[in-house]
Design a protein around this ligand. Structure first.
Ligand code: SAM
Length: 329
């Protein structure tokens, strides 16, 4: 029996935040981190939790953070994850989300260690704008080099995630269309969610799916591609066959009904939704010496409480206490 929640959704994807440290301070994400205590578990603890989760039916693992490439020992961890076996007897699919700053030197070793794919976050393709958003001078060339190294290493299809904020970077949409074609990467525009430290979210700041399509239509014609029901993104291919882009629209087109994800925070709490108000502590029982069977039971109990959907934009919506950089994007 695969891991299933109380709404019948099969849970196959586990995201593990392996650190909540980051080398970028993106204006909409990490705005008030001074004085924050960073908490990371030893890799052995994430590995044990991943092994138990895989024994229950998890078949895809995505490493995230914070910035996952900041953690020493990552390659050994990826190697260990790649040696796990899913219920189908195969290695789990291993992906990683990164800001790309350190990717140029890490891409090839990550591939050799067993990573399948990377997603690189980029909110502009204009170098000056990019530096203004990340608040790290001259960050763009390193990331571009990282994207190219990832393709070269076979970590593809390389996906680029771009969070759009009105008045900030929606004028980059067409430029990203060009970038997708030139660099042979799949760009995905993401609607901004109320998960930021600065509490600046309003519905007006969100650039909805519809608007992305309208702007891209002015750049080049495209058509929609079929998508898996559990996929978070809608995908579009340019009519001439060169390049594609996608839109992840959790605000204007929520995909909760097909959600197959759970998340482990860097301090070992299981979250069943990005917007969960409740976290399930796995680190404390693990470190107190509980058995794999007990950990499996705790994971199953948490999954049974997975929320039916998020309530963004509805009256009474409560923003979770922890933000994206702490939960793991
Ligand atoms: N450091 C890595 C990176 O930059 O990809 C992984 C962690 S980062 C928190 C993961 C993703 O979450 C990034 O693409 C970031 O843009 C996105 N993100 C952060 N805050 C967000 C928000 N409020 N709404 C939507 N996406 C957000």
């Amino acid at each position: 029996m695969p891991l299933t929640d109380s709404y019948g959704r099969v849970i196959r994807d586990l995201r593990i935040s392996i650190t909540d440290r980051c080398n970028y301070r993106c204006v909409y994400c990490r705005t008030g981190s001074n004085g924050v205590q960073y908490i990371e578990l030893p890799f052995a603890d994430y590995l044990r939790l991943a092994r138990v989760a895989v024994s229950l039916g998890i078949s895809k693992i995505r490493l995230t953070g914070g910035e996952p490439l900041l953690r020493a020992g990552l390659l050994d961890f990826v190697r260990e994850l790649a040696s796990l076996r899913t219920l189908e007897g195969t290695a789990p699919e291993l992906a990683l989300t990164t800001n790309g700053h350190l990717l140029a030197q890490m891409a090839e070793p990550l591939r050799t260690a067993g990573l399948s794919r990377v997603t690189v976050s980029m909110d502009a393709v204009d170098p000056e704008r990019f530096a203004r958003i990340t608040r790290v001078p001259r960050s763009y060339p390193a990331v571009l080099e990282g994207v190219r190294a990832a393709r070269q290493a076979g970590l593809g299809p390389v996906k680029i995630n771009c969070v759009l904020l009105r008045g900030f970077n929606e004028d980059q949409i067409e430029a990203f269309g060009r970038f997708a074609r030139e660099e042979q990467v799949a760009v995905r525009f993401i609607e901004f969610m109320p998960l930021e430290e600065g509490r600046v979210w309003t519905p007006e700041v969100v650039v909805p799916l519809r608007e992305v399509l309208e702007r891209m239509q002015r750049f080049l014609p495209f058509h929609e591609l079929p998508h898996e029901p559990s996929s978070t993104s809608r995908r579009y291919k340019f009519e001439d066959g060169n390049g594609e882009f996608g839109v992840i629209a959790p605000v204007s087109l929520p995909f909760c009904g097909a959600c197959s994800r759970i998340r482990l925070t860097s301090d070992g709490k299981l979250r069943t939704c990005l917007f969960s108000l409740k976290e399930h502590d796995l680190a404390t029982p693990l470190q107190a010496g509980c058995s794999d069977a007990e950990l499996a039971r705790l994971i199953e109990l948490a999954v049974a409480q997975k929320e039916d959907r998020h309530h963004i934009g509805e009256p009474g919506f409560v923003q979770p206490g922890r933000t994206m950089v702490h939960i793991g994007g």
